[in-house]
Design a protein around this ligand. Sequence first.
Ligand SMILES: Nc1ncnc2c1ncn2[C@@H]1O[C@H](COP(=O)(O)OP(=O)(O)OP(=O)(O)O)[C@@H](O)[C@H]1O
Ligand SMILES: [Mg+2]
Length: 287
Amino acid sequence: MLTDKIKELISAEVSHFEKEKGDKKSITIAICSQKGGVGKTTTAVNLGAALTQFHEKKVLVVDLDPQGHVEKSLGSVIPEGMEYTPLSSTLTTKKGNILSSIVQTKIDALHITPGDHSLYETEGAIAGKIGREFILAQSLKTVKTQYDFILLDCPPNLGNLTINALCAADFALIPCEMSVLAFEGVTDLLNTVETVNERLNKTLKILGVLFTRVDGRNLTMNQLIEENIKNYFKGHIFKTRVTVNTDLNKAQLEGLPIFKFAPSSTGACNYESLADEITKKVRRLDA
Ligand SMILES: Nc1ncnc2c1ncn2[C@@H]1O[C@H](COP(=O)(O)OP(=O)(O)OP(=O)(O)O)[C@@H](O)[C@H]1O
Ligand SMILES: [Mg+2]
């Protein structure tokens, strides 16, 4: 059942924004789940694209996963001759600034950190460092006034990079597939979010659970999972659900956001509506 702490974490009152009034400051969202293949990257990329396309926001997607799927999902966009610092180097260099690890995509207002296989080693390399949980937060400091949203695409584990994401974030967005095993993963993640909030990042909140890859034909299973999750999150499940849609898969293979690949698909419709829901929610909290 919900602990009091978790109830607080999913509370709609977010005092954090009040502190930041006046200065434009990014809203940073960690998209995390230790379960693989639940739609973290698909969500990071297409939510980012929707925020730029439909809400005129400037967005940075930071790929913390050594698999490098963000860059694969948006195509390679590093101009020839352009020098950039791989994220793994930024995170392991003293006073590393993420600015030198950012590149543009084909969409003007959507920037990313390119895929970086060496992030596998970064997990271990930062383990012995003082303040190891805040390395990403520190490296993001200078770009916080340059983006409306920073989306952190986490690897499928609860290791150092995910903890860094939770320490750098205002919110955690938790994609959850409609399966019993995915539900178990969500409860583990909740405990981690609770601990990070208690010990490391007092302003971290849960933005919501996003049901992904929902198969409308599995009505009984969907209902069962939904009831269980609702017990945990009460009203903090996104109204938007991302249904199974092969266009999302094909778009990723083509290296395109869904809005460019299949603008009238259900996947495009789902991610447009998620961006609407998130901007409204954040505006309400920001008022
Ligand atoms: N709603 C959907 N319908 C159909 N396919 C989807 C959907 N969402 C994601 N996929 C596909 O499922 C696979 C896994 O998705 P994705 O890469 O977004 O998951 P992930 O959580 O980031 O995985 P990992 O943990 O490995 O990083 C991809 O091939 C993606 O194209
Ligand atoms: Mg991924």
